[in-house]
Design a protein around this ligand. Structure first.
Ligand SMILES: Nc1ncnc2c1ncn2[C@@H]1O[C@H](COP(=O)(O)OP(=O)(O)O)[C@@H](O)[C@H]1O
Ligand SMILES: [Mg+2]
Length: 445
């Protein structure tokens, strides 16, 4: 049985994004507060009891668009669109649903790759689609460096959702305005079976809010710490799903930059959903910002060189390593030593790592960018074609048409939070009316 040598890796690790000139400054998460805004949007009550006929009508209306998209989109994505129509917090009108699904009446071929890339630059408008009055706020599901995520229940369809709340004051103070706007933008354009789905955003004078699907199975982090380490086939399954998600993001020129088990959730069937787009960004070429979670940061980021998408392939290697070993490749109890290890320490494997995965990891966790797998001519195909993944049938996996290694023991659709850690709750005072000095900074919300 593996025991963490220093027993320090049990706590969820915080993401960090110090400005280069302020890298000594510690970063703390925000606190929050509750309540409302206007509630005059059309179509809410009438959508409450969406009949099957309504749903069919809505589907009929978008048939044209879907036909056009059919050639380009996988079945998985189409299923996703249909689900969106049924599962939105307010049932939604067709136009809204189309927008959410990445299609607008004017932009029937919005899923053309180039179109999507263009969308990623500015994100899509998310309007003031929801307000606090649409939801009942229940318990806290998670906290991170910059925000708090609540389980909420829609007052319109009684379903459960996750509401991520970021306090504007903290975001500004920690210089995360651009990252927060990017988080909204990136979430507004992605649609993939292994990525979290965002339904809409809104703001009050003190915080910004993001409404997402509630993913019931908890963090991969919790499962991993409970299991100590995963057997080879289990790690391979999760890694393969993550690989498809990264491939998709990179095809849209989006870097994710915060891959780790804390940000990977398991759905009711045991498939993954990557959440937390707090550092995701449209980067067609290179960028510079030091951000991520220390254990997972690539050496070129640590040494503040310009870097590109391949930082995600480094982190992907670290993730596989951690799933198999139970600890990360360059772990140290102090962050400075971790960074030092990332830059210089030799990559060592426990003897029980299969030779194929040792080969894969030495190619992913490679300081030489001209040799790092995923960053070569073949891109993500090189990763997918590596012998460690030889038994993966990628198309089947993408359509989730494959048995998962673990089904979270939850009651579906009931707001079951048994798979999440408990967090101290704070008094909620969202929705207070007043002056908003940061109004112009979060215009997209
Ligand atoms: N859609 C969701 N469903 C269920 N839990 C979620 C969801 N999104 C986030 N969480 C939980 O909240 C935690 C913090 O959210 P995250 O977006 O990662 O915030 P931060 O940027 O502060 O790390 C996650 O690690 C996860 O446990
Ligand atoms: Mg997180």
């Amino acid at each position: 049985m593996y025991i963490d040598p220093q027993n320090k890796n049990e706590v969820r690790r915080l993401s960090v994004s110090p400005r280069l000139e302020e890298s000594e400054q510690p970063l703390y998460r925000s606190k929050n507060s509750q309540l409302d805004l206007d509630n005059n949007r059309p179509g809410q009550q009438q959508d409450k009891n969406n009949s099957e006929e309504d749903v069919r009508k809505q589907q009929g209306n978008i048939e044209d668009s879907i036909d056009k998209l059919n050639k380009k989109m996988s079945n998985a994505k189409l299923d996703d669109i249909e689900q969106r129509i049924r599962n939105g917090p307010d049932g939604g009108e067709v136009g809204d649903q189309l927008k959410l699904a990445g299609i607008s009446k004017q932009r029937t071929v919005a899923n053309e790759e180039n179109d999507l890339k263009k969308l990623a630059v500015h994100g899509k408008k998310t309007d003031c689609k929801y307000t606090l009055r649409d939801f009942q706020i229940l318990r806290t599901l998670g906290t991170g460096s910059f925000g708090r995520v609540h389980l909420v229940r829609s007052n319109h369809n009684d379903r459960f959702y996750a509401l991520k709340v970021l306090k504007k004051y903290t975001v500004v103070k920690l210089k995360q305005v651009e990252h927060t706007n990017d988080e909204r933008k990136m979430l507004s354009v992605v649609a993939h079976p292994f990525l979290i789905r965002m339904w809409g955003t809104f703001q009050d004078c003190e915080q910004v809010f993001m409404v997402m699907d509630y993913i019931e199975g908890g963090e991969l982090f919790s499962l991993l710490r409970k299991s100590q380490r995963f057997p080879n086939p289990v790690a391979k399954f999760y890694a393969a799903e993550v690989c498809l998600a990264l491939e998709y993001l990179h095809s849209m020129d989006i870097i994710y930059r915060d891959l780790k088990p804390e940000n990977i959730l398991l759905d009711k069937n045991g498939h993954i959903k990557i959440t937390d787009f707090g550092f995701a960004k449209y980067v067609p070429d290179v960028t510079y910002t030091l951000c991520g979670t220390p254990d997972y940061i690539a050496p070129e980021v640590v040494s503040t060189k310009p870097y590109n998408k391949s930082v995600d392939w480094w982190s992907f290697g670290i993730l596989i390593y951690e799933m198999l070993a139970g600890y990360t490749a360059f772990y140290d109890s102090t962050t400075m030593k971790t960074y030092e290890n990332i830059l210089n320490a030799p990559l060592k494997f426990p003897p029980f790592f299969h030779p194929d995965v040792q080969d894969l990891l030495s190619k992913l966790i490679n300081r030489d960018l001209s040799k790092r797998l995923g960053n070569l001519q073949g891109g993500s195909e090189d990763v997918k074609n590596h012998p460690w993944f030889s038994e993966v049938i990628w198309e089947k996996l993408l359509s989730r048409n494959i048995e998962t290694p673990y089904e979270p023991p939850i009651q579906q659709g009931k707001g079951d939070t048994s798979q999440f850690e408990r967090y101290p709750e704070e008094e909620i005072n969202y929705g207070i009316q007043g002056e908003d000095p940061y109004n112009v900074l979060f215009e997209g919300f």
